[in-house]
Design a binder for this molecule. Sequence first.
Ligand code: NAD
Length: 346
Amino acid sequence: MKILVTGGAGFIGSAVVRLAVARGHEVVNLDALTYAGCLESLASVADDPLYRFEHADIRDRAALDRIFAAHQPDAVMHLAAESHVDRSIDGPGDFIETNITGTYNMLEAGRSYWVMRGKPEGFRFHHISTDEVYGSLGPEGMFTEDTPYDPRSPYSASKASSDHLVRAWHETYGLPVVLTNCSNNYGPFHFPEKLVPVVILNALAGKPIPVYGEGLNVRDWLYVEDHADALLLVLEKGDLGRSYNIGGENEARNIDLVKTICSILDQKRPKETPYADQITFVQDRAGHDLRYAIDPSRIRDELGWRPSVTVEEGLERTVQWYLDNEDWWRTLQNREGVGQRLGTKG
Ligand code: NAD
């Protein structure tokens, strides 16, 4: 397949690009290289004849039309987005423009290309979204694909809007779409403002390790390389118009996740005092959803997919990756906003 991946210089997008190329697919990576885009994450495929890069913005419809015409993809995997909840609290405008208007542009550019080619049956538009569209759970229950949408942050509301647009383009115009909603990802090449890398890097730097509130929020942790594998499977085997929730089957409270990372570091990079002594509780995020948990039955039963690692194994690999790849994260730590507390202006 020739796959047009948007946001391929981001955290999950780059994992998708690396895996797709490794499996012999041609990949065109369309990315605007915002603060979150990082071509260094694609160094391993940069010179591969299967890989191409297009520096473009999904808010620019003309650029999208040109890229569809030039590359003639068989499928689209749409990951480009503003993705950080705390940034969406401080400045929601970019989230509306990229996540909603940008997705609308992708749908229209994709639709006009698909129509122009005579509506080929095998064409797919895969929209990648989040479990945050479902809102917050109490201590019990799990999100299924039928859970009503109840987004609560500017980020999740913008992603929910984009999901609705994608479904509407399927129902109204027959565009062959599939959708996925995944839980919190972690793993190599994770931008250093997200929880797992913040914990690792602050621990190593001897700085306080910030934990929001009392650390009781629960997330279902999905290793990014498992996620990339699931995304390619849904692209190839998913039913048209259908959504698939992708989870890691690894629920953990933030505080327990942080303590696990600290104990992995205690073993790998021992120092006089345990890293957990650096944990510092800070003011909670506004509207912080208590718990997300994915019921993975559909993707497991219909497509036979399960995550390959436990959270302990995935975190062990992740910590080792950050220890081995200091050049990668040091460069990114100088970017705008990184290392500051974001999401407090609301
Ligand atoms: P990321 O922030 O690491 O990467 C986003 C990428 O999109 C960057 O390379 C950025 O340059 C690019 N981009 C942003 N605006 C753009 C624009 N206007 N035009 C073109 N490119 C643009 O994000 P991520 O964590 O890799 O997330 C990828 C997708 O997965 C997003 O759609 C996100 O909503 C979804 N998702 C992420 C998670 C998670 O845990 N990270 C969980 C659920 C869903």
